[in-house]
Design a protein around this ligand. Structure first.
Ligand code: ADP
Length: 178
């Protein structure tokens, strides 16, 4: 199987200039807001909302791709994660975000993509459960990718980084429960 590098880092999704695309934990209307969406739209400038307008609304699990405007990347991929406890099945919808984002990145012949921990903020998805879905899905999709060879998870807190590290280690060790 082709090799896909998975990097885990603590940081800000808007400060990843060496990746081709960053992923937005978007809202259905693809508007600015709090958390990741606010940070991305602020850094990208008003042109991003304008480009997003005709693409909205999107449904949980879906992803759309736009330019990155004033961000230092080539593209932004906007994913709508599930609201935990409301959009079901949450795990399949969250996996859909990662799968669809990587498909779009691969179709655009990109090499690298950075994700935030989609749905784990305002949308309330417990971070360890979300990390398991996210990392498992990226590993599953890896073999089908032609172009993407690096996926970075950008975690906002030291705790979230630690949880992702632990989940990835268990997956790499082949723990059946993961
Ligand atoms: P959602 O609505 O999908 O839950 P949020 O933007 O509320 O999305 O949060 C998703 C995750 O991203 C949370 O863990 C939050 O702490 C984190 N986060 C918030 N701002 C940033 C940022 N600038 N860069 C990376 N991660 C961020």
């Amino acid at each position: 199987m082709r090799h896909l590098d998975i990097e885990l880092t603590r940081g800000d999704i808007t400060a990843q200039p060496d990746v081709d695309a960053i992923v937005n934990a978007a809202n259905a209307e693809l508007r600015t807001g709090g958390g990741v969406a606010g940070a991305i739209h602020r850094a990208a400038g008003p042109g991003l909302e304008e480009e997003c307008r005709p693409l909205a609304p999107i449904r949980p699990g879906e992803a759309v791709i736009t330019g990155a405007h004033d961000l230092p990347n080539r593209y932004v991929i906007h994913c709508l994660g599930p609201v935990y406890g409301r959009d079901e099945p949450a795990d399949a919808l969250l996996a859909g975000c990662y799968r669809n984002a990587l498909r779009l990145a691969d179709e655009a012949e990109l090499g690298s993509v950075a994700f935030p921990a989609i749905s784990t903020g305002v949308f309330g998805y417990p971070v360890e459960e979300a990390a398991r879905v996210a990392l498992r899905t990226v590993r599953e999709v890896a073999g089908a990718l032609q172009s993407v060879d690096m996926v970075r998870f950008v975690l906002f807190s030291e705790d979230d980084l630690r949880v992702h590290r632990e989940v990835l280690e268990r997956l790499e060790a082949g723990d059946e429960d993961e």
